[in-house]
Design a binder for this molecule. Structure first.
Ligand code: SF4
Length: 375
């Protein structure tokens, strides 16, 4: 019997994944060009101070082009955000001339999502942001893209204006029918080491159908090609610059009260009555102390969005708990039900907040500096 020849396994080489360029910072001229050549975009807003500064910055930078970027999109996280956040986000956007749109995950809230998955999100598995914010907000771009259709000569800014000034040699990859959108966010370098590494402008590969076509050998898929660029116009702004800028918009009354909670008053009541006794007070009484006049401006929560953010330092979680006792109780009960630690690596539970604050292991002070959120 003749031996059969061993079969040669021919492995198809995968198409090389291109490395897309990034732009660490843009010059004022490049920013102007970017706003001019792109087909439009939307500004993400959480209702927080960075969002307010961002909305204002984009409005100013866009100038004549503002209409293309005048949609502010807010992802509602109904059972986890600070009270009044969505209403404030609307007020901020409309004050600055934006059209305000809200989006929300239809498959359930974030707390329901935690429960379904049997765990909280974390840095490696950040479904709170990806599923409840990013994916929802980018639906707005998809919808706009559907309305505009593919670019044709004369219909698109990007088809008519020279992109190389912004995109360099890579601009050759963009076909004449490609629409270019800006996904505009308020992330800043001084928020965390990870955010410091982000470039001001980058290609949002996941949402760029134009790039997916290039990935597979250059063949065009479908009739629409879309390039989405993620732009962080206030990336270089410091915390102090953001606060100052926010104080100058609308007489300074367009920032959330959580930033200005009276921590000093709470510390004084704790010193006088005992920490554990204060924790027995009803939610309304705790709120009244924290909203009492005489606090330090910007002396409360350094960040807004979810009251109990997975990246928040313990003092911020404790302050959020004092104001949002009922919401914290929901988290504590959920944590007990799914038997999963809030800070999984540290094996620290959000249910321990009350105990650790009551025993003095967590202090409320020192919340105003940037960089405490490890996001
Ligand atoms: S604020 Fe924190 S918990 Fe909420 S979505 Fe963002 S990263 Fe997740």
């Amino acid at each position: 019997m003749s031996k059969s020849k061993p079969r040669r396994i021919v492995r198809k080489s995968k198409p090389q994944r291109p490395t897309w360029p990034t732009w660490p910072t843009l010059t004022p001229a490049q920013r102007e060009e970017l706003l001019c050549v792109t087909d439009g975009g939307h500004v993400h807003t959480s209702g927080g101070k960075d969002s307010l500064a961002l909305l204002s910055a984009v409005q100013r930078l866009a100038g004549q082009q503002f209409e293309k970027f005048s949609t502010a999109v807010h992802a509602i996280l109904p059972d986890v955000e600070w009270p009044g956040v969505t209403e404030l986000a609307r007020r901020q956007a409309e004050y600055l001339g934006y059209t305000f749109e809200t989006v929300q995950r239809s498959q359930g809230s974030l707390l329901e999502h935690f429960e379904q998955r049997g765990k909280f999100s974390d840095a490696q598995n950040r479904f709170c942001t990806s599923d409840h914010k990013t994916a929802q907000c980018l639906k707005v771009i998809t919808a706009r893209d559907r309305v505009l259709g593919p670019a044709t000569a004369g219909s698109s800014s990007s088809a008519n204006i020279d992109l190389p000034a912004v995109l360099g040699p890579w601009a050759d990859q963009i076909g004449p029918d490609t629409r270019v959108y800006l996904n505009i966010l308020g992330m800043r370098a001084d928020e965390s080491p990870a955010r410091a590494k982000l470039p001001e402008l980058a290609i949002d590969e996941k949402w760029s159908t134009a790039l997916r076509a290039i990935d597979r050998g250059g063949a065009q898929i479908g009739t629409r090609r879309r390039l989405v660029l993620r732009w962080l116009p206030i990336h270089a702004w410091t915390e102090a610059e953001v606060q100052k800028h926010c104080d100058e918009i609308g007489d300074g009354d367009l920032t959330h009260f959580a930033y200005h909670l009276n921590v000093k008053a709470m510390e004084e009541v704790m010193a006088a009555e005992g920490r554990k006794a204060v924790l027995q007070k009803p939610q309304d009484e705790l709120r009244a102390i924290l909203r009492s006049p005489g606090g330090v401006r910007w002396g409360g929560m350094p960040r807004l969005s979810c009251a109990f953010c997975i990246f928040a330092p313990k003092p911020a979680l404790a302050l959020a708990m004092l104001y949002n006792r009922d919401m914290w109780g929901t988290y504590r009960d959920l944590e007990a039900r799914i038997d999963f630690s809030w800070h999984n690596r540290q094996k620290w539970r959000i249910g321990a907040l009350e105990r650790d604050l009551g025993s003095g292991l967590i202090q409320l002070g020192g919340l105003t500096t940037a960089g405490q959120w490890n996001m």
